[in-house]
Design a protein around this ligand. Structure first.
Ligand code: NAD
Ligand code: TYD
Length: 358
């Protein structure tokens, strides 16, 4: 494939995918992103001004704008990452999640379908619509239950995961009803460089560096399965090029941890890399705060299908990936300053002021 349209390519995972395509292949990337609060063009690094990178500042709910993008750039595949992506924000304001994740995916599917219908021969059979989704659509796992497989029934808990589940259903329906050649991936929690600091790992790193409290919801014993973002980006490229049309692939890091253990690991790395001025461990800043409503206890992914069929394996362990991530935040204060806009400060007030009140 020579021309791939990527939605959400200025976000955390999308920018990692774009950087890899530009650095490691000859693919031209058409990056469709509305540049919302969490997008950051700095995350694209050298890819931003590369001649094979075309940025289109477009909202995926804008059908006419999308039609123009497809007409002008003639993509051979779509990788769809654009989304509202943060559970806590979805609890404070669900509408934006339905708008982008459901209506936006519907709009993109319809424009892609009309475009694909006009293709012929090899262009038509080789075309792919790759929908990037999350393990959160499968809902809440008990401590002893086996990890999610591709056939685990959907049971989303939050407005975010419900909107992603709805978008997955639309994509499957477009494959079944209209024959659109789709692939779907459902991945576990990502972490790594360039993640907006409203998610657990970057929030904890930056709060610790600022000497602020480290707010753990509930008892800190909820479990997530963590994957380094570059490993996810490799998996996505592999699925797009070699995944079978109509199939779903789960992607995960085989790295289940309790939140408290993740935060302890961050504190321990920082105690070496950036000790607190008062000589105490960063662990002393941990605070247990009011839980998230509807908080899923555990996610775990069985990724044996992508391992078996496509030979994918993650390269980073959680420990090596965490250290790389922490070093990246320490080495990139200008990236951090850019995202600490007024909008970010408002978010900290909205989500944490009451939780952390004395
Ligand atoms: P992100 O929030 O960092 O980035 C999302 C990007 O989409 C941003 O650049 C934003 O500007 C863009 N966007 C939002 N609404 C848009 C719209 N209406 N039109 C065009 N662009 C729009 O998210 P992320 O963490 O990079 O996640 C990317 C995708 O991967 C999402 O679909 C998410 O559901 C999925 N996913 C994320 C994780 C994770 O741990 N972050 C795990 C599994 C799956
Ligand atoms: P998050 O990064 O928001 O990802 P998700 O909710 O999609 O899994 O949160 C990861 C875990 O960390 C989740 O169990 C909620 C918890 N968490 C906290 O304890 N404190 C926080 O301030 C945040 C943002 C998350």
């Amino acid at each position: 494939m020579k021309r791939i349209l990527i939605t959400g390519g200025a976000g955390f995972i999308g920018s990692a995918v774009v950087r890899q395509y530009i650095a490691e292949t000859n693919v031209t990337v058409i990056n469709v992103d509305k540049l919302s609060y969490c997008a950051n063009l700095d995350s694209l690094g050298d890819a931003l001004h590369h001649p094979r990178h075309r940025l289109e500042r477009v909202d995926i709910t804008d059908r006419r704008a999308l039609e123009r993008v497809f007409r002008v750039h003639r993509p051979q595949a779509v990788m769809h990452l654009a989304a509202e992506s943060h559970v806590d924000r979805s609890i404070h304001g669900p509408e934006a999640f339905i708008h982008t994740n459901v209506t936006g995916t519907l709009t993109l599917l319809e424009v892609a379908r009309a475009y694909w219908n006009e293709l012929e021969g090899e262009d038509k059979t080789a075309f792919r619509f790759h929908h990037v989704s999350t393990d959160e659509v499968y809902g809440d796992l008990g401590p002893e239950e086996p990890p999610f497989t591709e056939t685990t029934p959907y049971a989303p808990s939050s407005p975010y995961s419900a909107s992603k589940a709805a978008s997955d259903h639309l994509v499957r329906a477009w494959a079944r009803t209209y024959g659109l050649p789709v692939v779907i991936t459902n991945c576990s929690n990502n972490y790594g460089p360039c993640q907006f600091p409203e998610k657990l790992i970057p929030l904890m790193i930056l709060n610790a560096l600022d000497g602020k409290p480290l707010p753990l919801y509930g008892r800190g014993d909820n479990i997530r399965d963590w994957l380094y973002v570059e490993d996810h980006a490799h998996a996505l490229r592999l699925v797009l090029s070699r995944g079978r049309a109509g199939e779903t692939y789960n992607i995960g890091g085989r790295a289940e941890r309790r939140n408290i253990d993740v935060v302890h690991a961050i504190c321990d790395h920082l105690d070496h890399l950036q000790p607190r001025p008062d000589g105490q461990s960063h662990r002393t800043a941990i605070r247990f705060v009011d839980d998230r409503p509807g908080h899923d206890r555990r996610y775990a992914i069985d990724c044996s299908k992508i391992e078996r069929e496509l030979g994918w394996r993650p390269q980073e362990s959680l420990d090596s990936g965490l250290e790389k991530t922490i070093r990246w935040y320490l080495d990139n204060p200008q990236w951090v300053e850019r995202v600490r806009s007024g909008a970010y400060r408002q978010w900290l007030d909205l989500n944490y002021a009451e939780r952390l009140a004395p």
